[in-house]
Design a protein around this ligand. Structure first.
Ligand SMILES: CC(C)(COP(=O)(O)OP(=O)(O)OC[C@H]1O[C@@H](n2cnc3c(N)ncnc32)[C@H](O)[C@@H]1OP(=O)(O)O)[C@@H](O)C(=O)NCCC(=O)NCCS
Length: 136
């Protein structure tokens, strides 16, 4: 996380959100700058909810808040790597369906995208994460 936070071109403070319960942080999600060719887009993740608070809708609330904020900022699309069972409920579809693939082929099977209001069909090609993701 600190590599992402220290990367001025990747980290977007407005799109780093926390969930609180009784004055304690119990969940977090962030969206960072990514790109598809010349088009700036967003990558979602990591997302995490404290183990003792999982399964109560906090992850869903964080997802809806993040996607709503991205849409309001006229961002066209959010990509992520994650469960093919969990994320489709938020409107994510396999990236390949829109002609968008991660630039690391091994990631393709779990790569999904969520088009937002500003999405246009010409936004396709290789999805590139912020540099810190390639140092994991
Ligand atoms: C994934 C995570 C953020 C979801 O948060 P949450 O607050 O537990 O989620 P919600 O309560 O909103 O939703 C629970 C639903 O998500 C499902 N779910 C949770 N984690 C899942 C996973 N890894 N794969 C598939 N489904 C998952 C639950 O089965 C449940 O399904 P249901 O609504 O059909 O019963 C949380 O479980 C978590 O932090 N997990 C560990 C970290 C992680 O895997 N992060 C994702 C990769 S960065």
């Amino acid at each position: 996380m600190h590599l992402l936070r220290d990367d001025g071109s990747a980290w977007i403070p407005t799109l780093s959100l926390v969930a609180e319960f009784q004055d304690q942080v119990v969940g977090h999600v962030c969206l960072t700058r990514a790109g598809i060719g010349p088009f700036p887009v967003l990558a979602l993740g990591p997302i995490g909810v404290r183990a003792d608070h999982q399964g109560k809708g906090i992850g869903s609330a964080l997802m809806h808040a993040a996607l709503g904020a991205a849409d309001a900022l006229d961002e066209p699309l959010v990509g992520l790597l994650g469960s093919l069972e969990y994320y489709p409920r938020f409107g994510f579809v396999p990236g390949a369906r829109l002609g968008i693939v991660p630039d690391v082929p091994d990631w393709a099977s779990h790569f999904q995208v969520r088009p937002l209001t500003a999405y246009e069909l010409e936004i396709k090609g290789d999805f590139h994460y912020a540099e810190p993701f390639y140092r994991l």
